[in-house]
Design a protein around this ligand. Structure first.
Ligand SMILES: *Cc1c(COP(=O)(O)O)cnc(C)c1O
Length: 418
């Protein structure tokens, strides 16, 4: 169904119902032209509607000052809700289960304070070997905070000898084996390095059968693969907003807390006035009364300028629709894979799962040699890809702003390297 001609790419772009979204973004300039940008898994592009949205908040601050909390065109008091509402479709949750606050690793710590409750018998955390370093550091320090030894409290599930991907059967086996000692399972929904997408629904089921809590880091999932956190009964999830969601560098991250926990005001947590019941927040009284929703985990004043670009970008997600984005993404990544399989001049392997249901937009290419050189060639040709030691180039065609023509162009460059 795919072919190797340029005409094929052009025809697909013609037919693409999402093609016009590309015009809604700014691209870095290379050689006097728009770069081809395949790094949406690392930092998403700036949408063209962001500048106006930032200007509006600057004006409202000029005009309203303190009254902006209530009187701005988007009253600042509720800013997180302008982002959590469009997030509902993206992660499959109700608005009461969502909030937008802090950044990813901070939210992971906050969730672990509430959901990692080690006892003498049940104290272990299962995570993936080779998890993103920040997640590893968060888990290691949380374990130490409870006076436990990371060497015994953290179990890592790793790919088998000679393999790159984690077998789900191995996750289930550890859950079974450790069912009396597991307190928490914490996995990246998609592994940042290999691009492997885990079956979060069945892992959650297995975790709950074992009596463990389950949380996911969705940094590489949000805005990439639609999920159903509520229906799957995931306990909590956290993510950042600057990757596929295009929220801008350091944008405010997100958190999901399933309603069965979010409604429980007695769940222990680290509190602050922004998580307090709004009706009594400004009475400045003693006694923390958390909101009976995910917003009850907020601590500080809404970070308006770290949310405004996200709010603007989410408007594009809303109008494109997550299902349509995923459909295009599957096609685009399958096409990229098809082309890469026809490359004979350079040796590499694709370590991302072959099944499109087990991956998102990203393909990870492992080069045993010449990887750096290839990346250099890409850069010279105005194609921005990402390099991870020890030899992986990650390529993520983002359905909002990448085209079949972009993917074809990438293929041409790599196919013509001597
Ligand atoms: C990008 C990423 C992070 C980044 O965390 P911050 O707190 O936003 O700096 C953490 N974990 C994973 C899995 C990531 O992919």
């Amino acid at each position: 169904m795919f072919d190797l001609s340029r005409a094929f790419a052009e025809e697909q772009d013609q037919k693409d119902t999402l093609k016009n979204y590309k015009n809604q973004f700014y691209f870095p300039q290379r050689n006097g032209k728009d770069a081809i940008y395949f790094c949406g898994n690392s930092l998403g592009l700036q949408a063209r509607n962001v500048q106006q949205a930032v200007m509006q908040e600057l004006e409202d601050w000029q005009q309203c000052a303190v009254e902006g909390y209530w009187g701005a065109r988007n009253p600042w008091l509720y800013y997180q809700q302008y982002c959590s509402r469009p997030m509902m479709e993206i992660v499959g949750a109700s608005q009461e289960e969502l909030t937008v606050m802090n950044t990813l690793t901070v939210n992971l710590h906050l969730m672990m304070m509430s959901f990692y409750k080690p006892t003498k018998e049940r104290f272990k955390i299962l995570m993936e070997a080779g998890a993103f370093p920040s997640d590893q550091y968060a888990v290691e320090t949380q374990v130490k905070l409870h006076g436990l030894d990371p060497a015994t409290a953290i179990i890592e599930v790793a790919p088998r000898e000679g393999e790159f991907l984690i077998r789900e059967e191995d996750i289930f086996q550890i859950i079974d084996q450790e069912s009396s000692s597991l307190a928490l399972i914490l996995l990246g929904g998609i592994n940042y390095y290999t691009g492997q997408l885990f079956n979060m629904q069945s892992i959650t089921k297995a975790a709950h059968r074992a009596g463990a809590v389950v949380g996911f880091d969705l940094a590489h999932v949000v805005g990439n693969v639609p999920v159903k956190l509520h229906d799957w009964e995931v306990d909590f999830a956290v993510w950042c907003s600057y990757k596929y969601l295009n929220g801008g560098p350091g944008a405010v991250g997100g958190a999901f807390i399933h309603e069965r926990h979010a409604r429980d005001r007695n769940r222990p947590r680290l509190g602050g006035w922004w998580g307090n019941e709004e009706t009594i927040r400004f009475k400045m009284e003693k006694g923390f009364e958390p909101k009976d929703r995910a917003e009850g985990w907020q601590i500080s004043t809404a970070q308006v300028f770290n949310m405004v670009a996200l709010k603007a970008s989410l408007e594009l997600f809303e109008s494109a629709g997550m299902a349509a984005l995923r459909d295009k993404s599957i096609q685009l990544t399958n096409y990229l894979e098809f082309l890469l399989k026809h490359i004979e001049n350079i040796k590499f392997e694709i370590i991302t799962p072959k099944n499109c249901k087990e991956r998102g937009a990203q393909l990870s290419l492992l080069f045993h040699d010449r990887g750096k050189e290839i990346q250099q060639k890409m850069t010279e040709a105005g194609i921005i890809v990402d390099w991870r030691e020890p030899g992986v180039i990650r390529i993520s065609p983002a359905p909002l702003y990448n085209s079949y023509g972009d993917v074809f162009h990438f293929y041409e460059i790599i196919a013509n390297i001597a």
